[in-house]
Structure formats: C-alpha cells, structure tokens
Design a protein around this ligand. Sequence first.
Ligand code: HH2
Length: 289
Amino acid sequence: MRKGCGRVAEKLKEFMRRLRRAEDCPLVMGILNCTPDSFSDGSNASVEDRVERGLQMIAEGADILDIGGESTRPGAQFIPAQEELRRVLPVIEQLRKVSDAPLSIDTNKAVVAEAALATGVNIINDITALRGEGDMAGLAARTGAPVILMHMQGLPQNMQSSPSYRDVVAEVYAFLCERAEYAQSRGVCPKAILFDPGFGFGKTFAHNAQLLRRLPELAAAGYPLLAGLSRKSMIGQALGLSPEDRLEGSLALALLAVEGGARVVRVHDVKETARALRMRSAVLTAAGA
Ligand code: HH2
C-alpha cells in the first residue's frame, strides 16, 4: 500500500521549511543511483537491493533521496526515456510503499519526471536547468514540484573537453538567475526553486575551487543552495585517489560547501556526512553562533 499522501506532503513541507532556516543543520541528500554505469556506485543491483540501500540511507540520516536512472559522468552516453523509466520506477514505487521521506528524481527528461512524480517523487533535480527534453518548466509549474536548477557548461558527452570561463562565479550566477527568471515566467513559484553550481559539470579543478570559495556570492541570490561534490574527480585530482576511496575528501568538501552557505549536500556516504554536519552544528550551537 502507498504511504499516506498527507504524511508525505507534510514531510516535504518540513524539508522545504528547513531549507530556508540557516540556523537548522544543513540537509543531506542521499544518492540512489539505479544505473549500471555511474562513476562511483554504478551496479546491476536488484530493485530490492536498491530499495534497501535507500532505506539504509534514510536510517543513517538522509533528509531526502535523489533517485537517478542515467549516469551523467563525463563521456556518459545518452539513454532513452524508456530505459530510464525501467530503471527508476520500480524502485520509486517500492520505496514509496515503505517510506514517506522526500524523494527527488535526477532527470532532464520531462516524461521521466512526470512518471516519477505520479509514482510518489516530490522534487525535480534537473542538471540541465529546464533545458532538457520536453516541457520540464510546464511540468514543475503544473504540479508545484520544487525544482533544482543546476549549471552545466556543455553536455556530459563533451563537458570536460575544454571548460572555459572569464569569471566562473559571475557566469554561473548569471546563468542560474536567468533560469530562475525563465522558470518563474512559466509559472514556477520562486519558493520552489533551488540553485546548484554543478561542481564537475564543465569545470576544471580551478573552476570548482573558485565556486566553492565564492559560494556566498551564489547564496546571495536568495535561493537555497545545493552542492554535489561527493567522490567527484576534484578529489581524485588533489589526492590521487579512486572514487571508492574519496570519503575524507568528500567530507572536507561538504563542510566547505556548508561554510559557504550550501543548505543541502548531495552525497553517497550519508552516515559519515550526517555525523560530520551534526558535529559542526553541535559546536556552533554550543558557541551560540
Ligand atoms: N551530480 C551528479 C548527478 N546529478 N545533480 C545535482 N543537482 N548536482 C550534482 O552535482 C549532480 C547531480 C553526478 O554524480 P553521480 O550521480 O554520483 O554520478 P553519475 O552521474 O555517474 O550517476
């Protein structure tokens, strides 16, 4: 049986409220990839195993799960909507039967997002910021689903070939503001919009570092910020470690992002990240900060 709609809606409302309360502990988004080829956690696990992993992340402190059916790692190949749906829908359906936690769908295809929303997902995570396949802006406006707008230069197929900016922070800021205006012109409520600088999406190490250090400039736009740095290649570049060995680097980057004003961190390692953030909050609270 599907979890009560009222309870799910209540949980989503609470999530959206906490996003805007800077005094609350930052939120943890657990990554639940349903892909054979994601850069750090791709696998051919069964639906049951993926659902179990999702529940484990919730038990470990995830405030939301981000479910994805298409890898967007550099060089990833495009897959059709049909295949993406085949990967994600059974997992969403099973998860919704047993959990009322907020869920987001990581897709740039409106038809995938629409089916996911109909199956119990609450939030659209669109790495193309409403420039993908189909009318994602219309869907977000019609359903009232909150939407994460992410910056990307190029496409996953070519984005790391020669990323180039005059001022990466100014350009990402201008892009995200333009996409937020577009979303609103299509009827999306401003309170339903989140910003994401898109770490690693068409960016060199130096670009990612600039964005991280100058995150407060992006936060100043007034939309809650999400940061996705978990296990990304900038950690490999700095420490020379492979994706499965990037936990400590990921924790360091998550804390830096939160210091810069990120309200949500998108991570693979939920237990460790939630503990690190709770530790930080405990110190700040005790110090009256
Ligand atoms: N990063 C990835 C995928 N989706 N969405 C947002 N909003 N922000 C991100 O930084 C982001 C994202 C890439 O990470 P992952 O899902 O672990 O890998 P893959 O794309 O290979 O599945």
